[in-house]
Each structure stands twice: as structure tokens, then as C-alpha cells.
Design a protein around this ligand. Structure first.
Ligand SMILES: Nc1nc2c(ncn2[C@@H]2O[C@H](COP(=O)(O)OP(=O)(O)O)[C@@H](O)[C@H]2O)c(=O)[nH]1
Ligand SMILES: [Mg+2]
Length: 241
């Protein structure tokens, strides 16, 4: 059973891409399971992925590193259900995945074939967090996520994003860089074939700084139901008007 761990900042495009990859692999005859992860409960990602994967397991209440045993149990359960591929999405505020998740899996769970660590990067966010105005600690966390990538997936290729190859190369010189879109499926085959020039090594990381950055971040999962007696145009509600 292959295991693909996907990291990257909040809103980078991880879930959108995972859904598209799950669909793509299913068409090729694979049985795909997805593991979603969040600090909170009731994940919208689980709901979104459930139509594309044959099984979705949610690990809540902490990231994969603090819920390592739950992750191993979810992988074992997927294997029993006959999954040939498991795609696991890490929490967007998480980094240091090689040391805390991939290395222990490689050492103790030899039966899983671990794919190169993929980190999704939104090119606009790359420019924002690379600028002088960016919050120092957030920029630190963001850089650390990229530094441990084997494969950097630059998302939203369908929206013609800015070219950030040089900025990413500066942080991850040996990583493979692939432009992808979770909307159109662009780059999926290239992602599956991508290998780093050299596998990434565990990060040297200042955990106090990392904790300060995590404390600044917040996100919400919600389902909103809109009703109006005489009906309405949903597009107008979602726009600025
Ligand atoms: N146009 C476009 N929108 C995207 C793409 N990837 C993600 N999005 C949108 O960006 C938002 C955040 O994406 P999501 O996959 O939930 O990010 P995650 O937090 O990294 O899992 C959603 O509204 C997506 O529809 C992409 O490749 N193209
Ligand atoms: Mg997500």
C-alpha cells in the first residue's frame, strides 16, 4: 500500500488537489483511501473527500505528530479494507513532518511504501509571506514547510499565478517543482512521477518560534445554510454586492 503525505499552509489547496488525485487514481483502478487531519472536530475536508475516495478517516484533536498512533491505526485499517493508496492531508499549520511522522513510519512500518513528501504552496502566499511586511514567525513556519518538501506543488495553475520557482528553489534546492491545479487536474501525472534530486532531510527547527506561529493561526470549518422567503441569486450573495 502506497502512502502519500501532503503538507502545506492553510488554504494552499491541499484538499482540492487530494480530491482530484483520488479521482484520477480511481480511474486507473486504484482503491484510494484519504486521511484528513485537524486540531478541531467535524472536518469539512472529510465531507469534501468522501465522494472521491472509497474510505475517509478523520484524525482530529491534534496533528499527525501528536496523533501518530491514530495515524498508524488509520493506515492499518485502510490496508485491511483493501486500499492500494492512502493520501493523508496534514494540518496546514504543521511542519517537521519528516522527523515526527515519515521517519517513524519508515522505521517501524516497513510494509508501507512512502511516497516523497509533497508540500502544496499557493504562489500568491509565497510572495506575501516572502515580503518584508510578513509576520516573522508565520514566514518562518511557511519556509520550514517548504524546506522539508521532496516535491513542491505550486497550486492554482489554472489561475495563472506568479512564477515563484526561484523563491522555492532558494528554500528547497533538491525538491522537484510541479505546477498543479486541483480544478483542472493539471500536473497530477507529473506529481506522481516527481522525485527530488536528493531526499529531504529532517528540519533543524526552533520549536518556540514554531509554536508562536501556530498560536497566531486560526481557521474554521462550517456548513452554512442560507434561506430567504422569495428566493435569491446565490452568485450575488457570494460576491461583494
Ligand atoms: N482555482 C483554483 N482554486 C483552488 C485550487 N486549489 C484550491 N482552490 C480553492 O482554494 C480554497 C482552499 O482550498 P483547499 O483545498 O481547501 O485548501 P487546504 O486548506 O490546503 O486544504 C478553496 O476555496 C478551493 O476551491 C486550484 O488549483 N484552482
Ligand atoms: Mg484541507
Amino acid at each position: 500500500m502506497r502512502v502519500q503525505l501532503v503538507g502545506g499552509f492553510l488554504g494552499a489547496g491541499k484538499t482540492t488537489l487530494i480530491r482530484e488525485l483520488a479521482r484520477h487514481l480511481r480511474v486507473r483502478g486504484e482503491s484510494v483511501a484519504v486521511i484528513t487531519n485537524d486540531q478541531g472536530h467535524a472536518l469539512v475536508d472529510t465531507y469534501l473527500c468522501s465522494s472521491e475516495a472509497s474510505g475517509v478517516t478523520e484524525i482530529t484533536g491534534g496533528c499527525f505528530c501528536c496523533r501518530y498512533d491514530d495515524l498508524v491505526a488509520a493506515l492499518a485499517a485502510a490496508e485491511i479494507r483493501g486500499a492500494t493508496v492512502v493520501i493523508a492531508e496534514a494540518v496546514g499549520s504543521c511542519t517537521d513532518l519528516i522527523a515526527t511522522v515519515l521517519s517513524p513510519l519508515a522505521e517501524r512500518q516497513e510494509r508501507f511504501a512512502l511516497a516523497p513528501l509533497a508540500v502544496v504552496v499557493d504562489p500568491w502566499r509565497m510572495l506575501e509571506l516572502g515580503s518584508d511586511e510578513a509576520h516573522e514567525d508565520l514566514a518562518y513556519l511557511f519556509r520550514k514547510q517548504i524546506q522539508e518538501a521532496d516535491v513542491v506543488l505550486m497550486s492554482r495553475a489554472d489561475l495563472k499565478p506568479p512564477n515563484v520557482h526561484d523563491e522555492i528553489r532558494a528554500l528547497a534546492p533538491d525538491a522537484a517543482l510541479v505546477e498543479v491545479s486541483g480544478r483542472t487536474g493539471q500536473g497530477l501525472e507529473e506529481w506522481l512521477a516527481a522525485r527530488p534530486r536528493r531526499p529531504a532531510t529532517p528540519l533543524a527547527i526552533d520549536y518556540e518560534r514554531y509554536a508562536r506561529a501556530e498560536a497566531l493561526l486560526g481557521w474554521g470549518n462550517g456548513v452554512v445554510r442560507l434561506e430567504r422567503k422569495n428566493g435569491f441569486d446565490p452568485a450575488r450573495v457570494m460576491s461583494d454586492e
